[in-house]
Each structure stands twice: as C-alpha cells, then as structure tokens.
Design a protein around this ligand. Structure first.
Ligand SMILES: [Mn+2]
Length: 302
C-alpha cells in the first residue's frame, strides 16, 4: 500500500505539467480498486486553520487498537478491496511551487481520477467534478453539514469552502442536492438554494423529517450517489474538534442511521472539516471522523 502511495505522490508532481498525456493518466497499473485519498487542504478555509493537519490523525484513529477493524455492518477494513490508503496529495508543496487555485483544483480532480474507481477524500468540489466527469454524467449528492456552502463567492474567492456547492451546481455535476443538518444559513444561502433547487432539511425541523431522511433512496436516473459529511453537522457535544462550532446539531447515531439505511449506488464520499487543533486531548473527534470514513468506505465497497 505504501508503494501505491509513493507512486501516486511521485506521479502528482508530474501533473504540474498541464499537458500530461491522457493515456498515461489512464495507465491501468496506476488504477487500484478502492482508495482513500487525503487532501490536506485549507487555504480556502474561512475561519480557523487546522483541518490540513487532519489526515494523519484520522489515519491513526482508523487503525488504533481501541477498536477492531470491522465496520458496524460487518465489512473488514484490513481487506485492501475495502480500503486502500494511497496517501496525501501534497497540496502545500504544490502551492509552494506557486501553482494557482484553478490549476490546483485540476490537479486534485486528475489525482482523484487517477486513483479511482472509487474514492474517499477530503474536499468536495474538485472531487465531485472528477467523479461526475469520470462516470460521464451528474450524480445525486447527499450533503450533511451545518452550513449549505453555496455562496456565489466569498470575499471574491469562488473556491472558498463556503462556495463548493455553488460550483458543483453551476457545473451541472449534480441532479439532486439534499442538504441535511443545516442550521447556519443566511439570506444569500437561501436564495442560492432556491435558485439551484436544493432540497434543504434544516435542524429546526429535523425531528419532523427524521423518519423520511433515515429511509432515503437516491441515485435514480443518474450515475451514482455522492455523500459529503462535514463533521460540523454533528452537535459540538459529539465532535468538539471542528473550526465552526454551531450548537444544536445531529447526533452521531442520527448520521449513522441516515447513512446505513441510504439506498442507492454510493460511488464516492468525503469527510471534511475535522480540526485536530481543537480536538480533546484524547482525540475524540479524530475517532468520530475516522468512524465516518470507515462506515462510508464500507458503504462504497458494496
Ligand atoms: Mn460546515
């Protein structure tokens, strides 16, 4: 597994050149079955820096000895057909080479295509774009978050975390976008949601919607289902290690119930915004993020 990671990182350096031949990217030996690709990306974060340090913590928590390597529904994570870790995309190193945001998004998209058939990653827009382009059509997206992240641009930055879903909807990469757990949304967020036909499920009415949300069926007439989980969808009581503390959120079991009962062909997913610099000393939120990755991975592996 380490070799695959090294090879991917080595290859990513080459992606700095825009004209990488397509047949080289598609070379079968660079494809593996199921990947976990970590993106330590946060220069577009609005508030606290910190999530860039998340991948090693999540990795450690996935394999820590305090729990076993079987998911709740019985998938064995040590089976490389279920989970293969291909390492980090060297985002900071790429930026140190003065690569701009447009090109960086392309590098991330290309690296996702490179390592997929399926991928778990840590930022939504370039990943959704990559998955949609790879499968050749839009996806249904289940986005669980305290925030809709659908601003047109934030302080002029269209790649801000607050703008991911505007980019995704404008690009036509999603047919349906369901947002669950929302409890921090401004006027622009609501207007953008209406404009893009977002199916918005706010926390204030969650108890009314819960039964239906725990029995969702998605992905009909599209290429698959993409699941994005921002750890701040959870109430801070369950996950204190996050940058944007927003009380009144979901319980961990609420999220598990939505995920485990979701019907549809889940082709890829991300877990974002875990901030280890705000976590408890015993790494409570790292375990939460790791379990989300574990259970999502199992769900993707069919
Ligand atoms: Mn959020």
């Amino acid at each position: 597994m380490q070799n695959i990671g090294r090879r991917s990182i080595h290859y990513l350096h080459k992606l700095n050149a825009e004209n990488v031949p397509k047949d080289l990217i598609e070379r079968p030996k660079l494809k593996v079955k199921l990947e976990s690709l970590h993106l330590p990306l946060e220069h577009n974060s609005l508030f606290l820096q910190g999530p860039a340090f998340a991948p090693p913590h999540i990795r450690e928590a996935i394999w820590c000895g305090s729990t076993n390597s079987t998911t709740e529904e019985g998938k064995e994570l040590s089976d490389p057909r279920i989970l293969t870790d291909v390492g980090d995309v060297p985002v900071q190193e790429i930026r140190d080479c003065r690569v701009g945001d447009d090109k960086l998004m392309n590098i991330i998209s290309e690296s996702v295509k490179l390592v997929m058939e399926e991928a778990i990653t840590l930022i939504s827009f370039p990943v959704v774009r990559a998955i949609s382009e790879k499968f050749g059509g839009p996806l249904d997206i289940l986005h669980i978050d305290a925030h809709p992240d659908i601003c047109d641009a934030f302080e002029g930055n269209k790649y801000s975390h607050a703008s991911s879903y505007a980019q995704i909807m404008e690009g036509g990469y999603a047919q349906r976008l369901l947002q669950i757990g929302i409890r921090s949304i401004n006027k622009e967020g609501r207007e953008q949601g209406k404009k893009f036909g977002v199916e918005l499920y706010e926390m204030r009415t969650f108890s009314r919607d819960q039964q239906m949300l725990e029995h969702l069926k998605l992905g009909e007439g599209v290429k698959g289902v993409y699941v994005s989980i921002d750890v701040d969808c959870l109430d801070p009581a369950f996950a204190p290690g996050m940058s944007h503390i927003e009380p009144g959120g979901l319980s961990f079991r609420d999220v598990m119930n939505i995920l485990h009962n979701l019907q549809g062909d889940i082709v890829a997913a991300d877990v974002v915004e875990f901030n280890p610099q705000r976590d408890t000393v015993d790494g409570m939120t790292a375990m939460v993020a790791a379990k989300l990755v574990r259970e999502l991975t199992a769900k993707i592996s069919k």
